[in-house]
Structure formats: C-alpha cells, structure tokens
Design a protein around this ligand. Structure first.
Ligand code: SF4
Length: 341
C-alpha cells in the first residue's frame, strides 16, 4: 500500500480543505480564507516534543487524532492541492509548514518549486529552525521561489521556551538557535520578510511578551500572534487560554510596534507585569479595528493573506483573531474586552 507521506502528499488546514472544495462546509460569518496553510506529513510525525502542540511526540493520542493549532489537518495529494488552488482567485499565498523531521528540508524545496512553477501564489515557509544549520538551506528556499519565512518562536521567554520546547521536555529546540536563525533569515530575505510566531498565554507576563515583540521588531521581524488554545491530548490540555483582555492588549501592542507607531519603552506595567499604559492615545486604533485582525504574511493586496479563520478559537466566539475587518458591533465589544480606561 502506498504511504501517504510528503512530498507527494500533504496536509491542509481544514479551512484550506473547505475553501478548495475538498470538503463541504461554510465559514462562520462568511470569512474568506486568503492563505493556504499546508503541513508536511510523515509516518514518524514531528520529532519535537513541544508541550502545547498537537503534533508533539509527547502527545497521548495516536497520529490519527492529531491536530495542530487546534484545527484538523486532512491529507491530500500535492498534485490535487495545486490543481484546485489554481482555480481559486481568493487565495493569494501558500504557506508550507515544515515539521522537525530529517526529510523536511529536501521535501520543502520540492514543494516550493512545484508551487512556483505551477501557480502564481506567493510562497511562505514556516521553517523548522532546528534543521537549519547554516544559510544554505534558506538561500535554497529563496532560490526555489519562497518570498517569506516564518519562525515559530512561540514561547516568549528563554525560560518558558526551554521548559516547554527544549530541555524541560527532552525536546531538540533551543532558544538561542531560533533567534540566530531569525537573524540569518532576515539577512537573506530582508527586513519585514521574516515573521516570528508568538503564542500568548503560555505563562509569560504581558511585559515579557511586549519585550519579545520589541526584540523581533528591532531585528526587522514582524510578529504573527496566536492565542494559546489547549490541544486535547497534549500535556497542556488543562491549561486555560489567556484572558481575552490580555490577548486584546497584546494585539494592540503588536500593531503599535509593527506599524512603528510606538515602542515598548513608552509603555507602563504594574507590579504583576500587566500592561496599564500604552504611552499613547489608543482610542483611534481601537476604532480602526485592524489591530485585532489575524496577523500574518501579506497577499497581493498588501493585506494579511494568512488569516487562518477560527484557528485560535471556536467559531461560536468570542473571536480572538478576526479573519475579516471587525464590524462596528465587534469594535464596541473589543473596547470593553480590552479592560483599559
Ligand atoms: S504568518 Fe501564516 S503564512 Fe506567514 S509564516 Fe506564519 S503561518 Fe505561514
């Protein structure tokens, strides 16, 4: 029996599978997916042991029930995904998520090339930094046709990173190496062409998260923000998502920094590390609504293409990352949720 493994087979997010017509269903509030998120797939799975991740080797369920950032990832032939995506104008970008597996680098290059040759989509790669030892693999990705790189730092402090992804869980990932790869990727792809993923709610304070977003910004990397959601069967299945007010404040901070409207040193925190003052008038930013939309790589129109509808929460809400522009009613709710004067 043929093994359904990458590169000829690949997993898609459930949202991508629905949008390409591979499954039937509709999106809550008519959200439109603009970025196709794909994930490499191997029998052995990911060699990482990250405590919060649905793909972790330390997860109790077998491969079959695995989810990643809370959504199901059905598997299809790469050929089929490419053919279907050609017929969907609403898709601007494809993102290939590597996992930590010995074949992932080679297969990623192959998949980038296939998309480059057969579609007009922009191509991001969410790389597995532990597999990247020097510039050559990043240069090869750029040469093959990728224009942006994502790096999932996820945990906002070196201590949490080590506890949840590194030595604390017997995992292979190292904080310093991840940031070295961010630096390397910026050198090759350019400032603002590299994004870091950060997950709010893994145990960091708001101050720590703000400082890490600033660290990325100072290096030339924008932040793509996620709200922790407990993956069933993962070691963190009983850990609660962060309070909505905390997530809203960090969304606003991310927007202020990545849009270069302000920086961490003007913000004030209380003794628990909670943000109490943005150091600027934020009411017009809240009214704007866009700071609360999903942050991710852009599409042809310069707006976020990787809008990951309901990747972070249940569609029944409340919505944490808005996959569309929040409406006036949403903005009113956001204003209350922020918990600021
Ligand atoms: S923001 Fe989206 S498209 Fe960009 S690297 Fe992350 S997952 Fe991929």
């Amino acid at each position: 029996m043929e093994l359904k493994i990458s590169p000829e087979y690949i997993q898609t997010s459930l949202a991508a599978s629905l949008t390409l017509g591979l499954q039937q269903g509709s999106f809550h509030r008519n959200a439109k997916l603009k970025g196709l998120n794909l994930l490499l797939h191997y029998e052995e799975g990911c060699l990482g042991r990250c405590h919060f991740c649905g793909l972790s080797r330390s997860r109790r369920e077998g491969q079959k029930g695995k989810t990643f950032i809370r959504v199901d990832w059905p598997i299809y032939m790469l050929r089929e995904i490419i053919e279907k995506s050609k017929m969907k104008d609403q898709i601007h970008r494809v993102c290939i998520s590597m996992i930590t597996h010995p074949k992932a680098l080679e297969d990623t290059l192959y998949i980038i090339q296939r998309f480059k040759e057969e579609t007009n989509l922009f191509i991001s790669v969410l790389i597995a930094p532990t597999l990247v030892h020097d510039e050559s693999s990043l240069k090869a990705m750029k040469k093959a046709g990728a224009d942006r790189i994502g790096i999932a730092i996820d945990a906002a402090t070196p201590k949490l990173f080590d506890q949840l992804r590194g030595r604390g869980v017997g995992g292979p990932h190292r904080w310093e190496h991840y940031w070295d790869v961010v630096r390397m990727a910026i050198g090759i792809f350019g400032k603002s062409y590299v994004g870091i993923h950060l997950i709010v709610g893994l145990g960091e304070t708001e101050k720590e998260m703000v400082e890490t977003i600033q660290k990325g910004q100072d290096m030339g990397a924008h932040t793509h923000l996620f709200s922790f959601y407990p993956e069933k069967g993962s070691p963190m299945e009983n850990h609660s998502p962060p309070p909505l007010s905390q997530y809203r404040r960090i969304q606003l901070v991310r927007w202020i920094m990545n849009e270069a409207l302000g920086s961490a040193d003007q913000m004030k925190f209380d003794e628990t590390g909670r943000l109490v003052d943005f150091g600027m008038e934020v009411s017009p930013l809240i009214q704007h609504g866009e700071p609360f939309m999903t942050s991710g790589c852009p599409g042809r129109d310069g707006k976020v293409a990787c809008n990951r509808p309901y990747g972070n929460e249940r569609p029944s809400g409340p919505i944490r990352n808005f996959p569309f522009m929040p409406e006036p009613q949403d903005v009113e709710e956001i204003r209350d949720q922020l918990g600021i004067e």
